[in-house]
Write a protein of this length. Sequence first.
Length: 162
Amino acid sequence: WNFPSAMRIAGQYNPHDAAVKANLRYEPRQERITIRPLDSFEFEGRVRLVKIDVEFMELSVVLGGRDTIRRHRPVMWVENEPFFDDPPNREFTDTMASEFGYQCRTVARLELLCLPVSPSGGGDEALPDGFHRVFRHLTGEVKDLHLWRALAEVDPDFAAAP
């Protein structure tokens, strides 16, 4: 493989298609892993943020998390390469809109920020206070402080975390 996170999951691209369509080279070694849907986890508190980076399996993750997403309405940061193809593959963003009432927008190269749309039509109110500054830091627009300090501005308890 040519990306550190590239692994082939049954039902994903076969090795030839992966090389042609996604510029991936899988190593021949195979391992068994356990895959659990998001809805199989029991969370102690409210889920406020979900980060998805699963190499072309994003739709499977959200479909396996239907109840969690509907119950908690988290902010979702998703790497979704197909959306950035030419022409864009909008299957993920269209599903987020039609099935979950989310609006996704580009936030960085290959990255989408998906927010629940409020009755007033917007989604930004789902973002925690200070998140815009963290986002500007992550995209390189703001360079005046370290990421950890920016995150602490969003959640003061973050700075105290181990």
